[in-house]
Design a protein around this ligand. Structure first.
Ligand SMILES: C[S@@+](CC[C@H](N)C(=O)[O-])C[C@H]1O[C@@H](n2cnc3c(N)ncnc32)[C@H](O)[C@@H]1O
Length: 390
């Protein structure tokens, strides 16, 4: 810890049991490094976040909300899920009425969505959650049993994407937690960054080797300046293609932070967007606090759009979160609350400000939608559709 605290002096120190947990995960990763010599960063991130029982999302600590490491939109207010429910209800038909939520976190989005869909009398035939983390699955089940005792039986947890979905697939802040590959340009070469054994008290250190195959090809397409380090989202693109293949009729809605390609790989963003979150502190060292911190990157929405088109889906819209939520009626949902009920109304106003404020989540977060067999314009993109920027 001493080396870590010289590098990242402002982070709260983990306690003894967290340090022991970190040591177990470091040992697992070190074992893989010993066998392979060089661990591509994408594999390191996979283990740091999802190693069974040890990775950040796979172990038992609270991640989301005030008591955790970061706050997502559904944690801020049920109005987020209620606004999204309006879009889901507008897409659903009698034959297209399954909702599949990827990476449901604490379960609050499912709770907010289902409550609003029930209120609108538009409950889906099935609500399925695909969650990689057994610990989060248990937390989602407990929350939904408590919050929606009469509806929770409609919710099913699936191990993998169903073969033929007729309905809506939702991913809120999921793709930013999908492991990324890291590349660095060096003259005419593209290097892949990876992790090797560290020294002097650090478990791990950075290393690089020539990028190969799909990664090298994807990086070369970007025409990056010399000395540029950035992420390439091969797994997120593959996930979009998998969803595209499974979606026989309906839409995929991705809500997350990121940019279109031109903005993402701007010469001034020469260090990439990788970020780590630990107890509401953000920093950029993914080799620290292994298993105790979230590791995320922004999304390249142009790459996701290309992957979706490759899998036969069409682009239905791309807008800022602010535009999307306002188009879906977020402000009307707020206005329907009783201002005299101060304990409910004041936090709801603050949450709406965070969700749509341009300096908060409103502009950085985007909503992108892809579809198959959907030919009518979507409610959320009625104004402010920026699909042309991709
Ligand atoms: C940052 S949390 C967001 C949770 C929740 N959607 C929210 O908005 O509060 C990321 C979630 O994505 C899940 N996840 C990551 N990759 C996934 C994948 N390929 N399939 C399903 N879930 C995934 C994680 O286990 C975790 O629940």
């Amino acid at each position: 810890m001493s080396t870590l605290h010289q590098r990242l002096p402002d982070l709260p120190a983990p306690d003894a049991s967290q340090r022991a947990h970190m040591a177990r995960l470091e040992a697992l990763i070190a074992g893989e490094i010993e066998r392979e010599r060089f661990l591509p960063f994408q594999r390191f991130m996979q283990l740091a976040l999802y190693a069974p029982g040890l990775g950040y999302y796979a172990a038992g600590a609270t991640k989301l909300g005030a008591a955790g490491d970061f706050v997502t939109a559904p944690e801020l207010s049920p109005l987020f899920g209620a606004a999204l429910a309006r879009q889901v209800a507008a897409i659903m038909t009698a034959e297209c009425n399954t909702v599949v939520e990827l990476g449901a976190g604490s379960g609050r989005l499912a709770a907010g969505l289902l409550a609003e869909l029930a209120r609108l009398d538009r409950l889906p035939g099935r609500y399925c959650i695909i969650e990689l983390s057994a610990d989060l699955r248990a937390r989602q089940q407990a929350l939904l049993r408590h919050a929606l005792p009469t509806l929770c039986e409609r919710v099913q947890w699936l191990e993998r994407m169903p073969d033929a979905i007729r309905g809506i697939v939702l991913a809120n802040e999921v793709l930013d937690a999908v492991p990324v590959a890291l590349v660095r340009t060096a003259g005419a070469d593209v290097l892949e960054l990876g992790v090797v054994a560290g020294c002097g008290g650090d478990a791990f250190a950075w290393s690089a080797r020539p990028a190969r195959g799909e990664l090298a090809a994807a990086a070369r397409e970007l025409d990056l300046p010399d000395g540029y380090t950035t992420e390439i989202h091969l797994l997120a693109r593959a996930l979009v293609r998998t969803i595209g293949a499974a979606l026989s009729h309906g839409a995929l809605l991705v809500i997350d932070y990121g940019f279109p390609r031109r903005e993402y790989y701007h010469p001034q963003r020469a260090g990439g967007t990788l970020m780590c979150h630990y107890r509401h502190h953000s920093h950029a060292d993914p080799l620290a606090l292994v298993g105790l911190q979230d590791i995320t990157s922004h999304l390249d929405f142009s790459a996701l759009a290309q992957a979706a088109l490759d899998s036969g889906m069409t682009l239905l819209g791309y807008a800022t979160q602010a535009h999307f939520l306002i188009n879906c009626g977020l402000l009307e949902l707020l206005a329907a609350l009783d201002p005299n009920d101060v304990h409910r109304y004041a936090p709801a106003c603050a949450a709406v400000q965070t969700l749509v404020g341009p300096a908060e989540m409103g502009e950085l977060f985007k909503v992108i939608a892809f579809g198959r067999g959907i030919d009518r314009p979507l409610l959320g993109f009625r104004s402010g559709n920026r699909a042309g920027m991709l």
